[in-house]
Design a protein around this ligand. Structure first.
Ligand SMILES: N[C@@H](CCC(=O)N[C@@H](CS)C(=O)NCC(=O)O)C(=O)O
Length: 323
């Protein structure tokens, strides 16, 4: 048995190539150079601690709709856990389901089976993507916010009357500037950077994203040589934003998104930092390591047409091991 005849290979290549570009184009909008362009979030309302405000913080009124594999949703779960908001803000789980082309709801919600249907029902004019995380108002039946960067700020600052760990401020005034600086660079080159690698539609776009990603990882590695967290000894929102990408890195991004210059495990300080964060109360429970792998490898069809999920790496025992 050898390879099929040349013309079969050629025909297969031509067909697959054009199909791949078509599918990637709808999975991941791109610019003229083939670089991934993430669409902007459209729901940006703010919940306010003031009981007399238009959208006041109240226990049990707002819920998060999240998916286990999504790093943006994971940030919101991380801040919810750190602040002790588990009983204040309930969670509805969305399941990555390639057969519906997006998120299905684990149990019907507001009469809807899919997240796209919830968006449509609440806002019929909405023409954006049906993304998690979503902060939903159970009282007014409306989408409050679908931008994770906003949602974590809201959870950090507006629910302190009900949070069991309200003393923790992940965005204190004196660290804001440093936190914002890290947020900007980490968003562009790491959080979104791994997607810019994985969703690149040209060699140029991939190499640019990959170089920028590892430049930042090197920078963070150097910073962590003499600092427990990104902004010093105190955990901040910058860490809550970095962690979900780091925990997925060796599991998924290294291989599926071709972020393969180094693993996080190969960076002593970053690996230690990852383990320290993972060891914070309530954090390990927000990480479904096997589920993350399954969703990415089975849902992103154009990147993994065979749908095979790799067995390794086995991160669980590595993360729990104390130095
Ligand atoms: N800007 C959003 C991005 C959220 C996002 O891209 N979520 C992905 C999952 S990781 C999603 O739901 N994608 C579905 C789609 O694009 O159709 C945020 O940070 O909240």
């Amino acid at each position: 048995m050898g390879l099929p005849p040349t013309f079969v290979i050629k025909a297969g290549q031509t067909l697959w190539n054009s199909l791949w570009h078509t599918m990637m184009g709808s999975l991941a909008p791109r610019d003229g150079q083939g670089s991934y362009q993430r669409p902007a979030s459209q729901f940006r309302q703010w919940v306010d601690a003031n009981p007399n405000s238009k959208i006041p913080a109240e226990p049990g009124r707002y819920r998060l709709i999240v998916g286990r594999s999504c790093p943006w949703a994971h940030r919101t779960l991380v801040v919810r856990a750190l602040k002790g908001l588990d009983t204040v803000i309930p969670v509805t789980w969305a399941i990555a389901d390639p057969s519906v082309g997006g998120w299905r709801l684990s149990t019907p919600f507001e009469g809807c089976d899919t997240l796209a249907a919830v968006y449509q029902k609440a806002s019929p004019q909405y023409d954006g993507r049906a993304t998690v995380p979503m902060l939903w108002d159970d009282r007014q039946k409306q989408v409050i916010n679908n931008e994770s960067a906003d949602i974590i700020q809201i959870l950090n600052s507006q629910f302190d009357d009900f949070a069991s760990n309200s003393k923790l401020d992940l965005y204190p005034a004196e660290l804001k500037e440093m936190c914002d600086r890290w947020n900007k660079i980490i968003y562009e080159t790491v959080n979104n950077g791994v997607y810019r690698c994985g969703f690149a539609q040209s060699q140029f776009a991939y190499e640019k994203a990959c170089n920028e990603l590892f430049e930042t990882l090197d920078l963070v590695e150097a910073k962590l040589a003499d600092s427990t967290y990104l902004c010093g000894d105190q955990l901040t929102l910058a860490d809550a934003r970095l962690f979900p990408t780091l925990i997925r890195f060796d599991l998924v991004y290294y291989h599926l998104f071709r972020c393969s210059r180094r693993r996080i495990y190969d960076y002593p300080n970053l690996w230690n930092y990852l383990k320290t964060f993972y060891g914070q109360p309530g954090i390990a429970e927000t990480c479904d390591l096997q589920g993350i792998k399954q969703d990415y490898y089975q849902s992103l069809f154009p990147l993994n047409p065979g749908g095979i999920v790799p067995l390794g790496p086995d991160l669980d025992p590595m993360l729990s091991k104390v130095n």
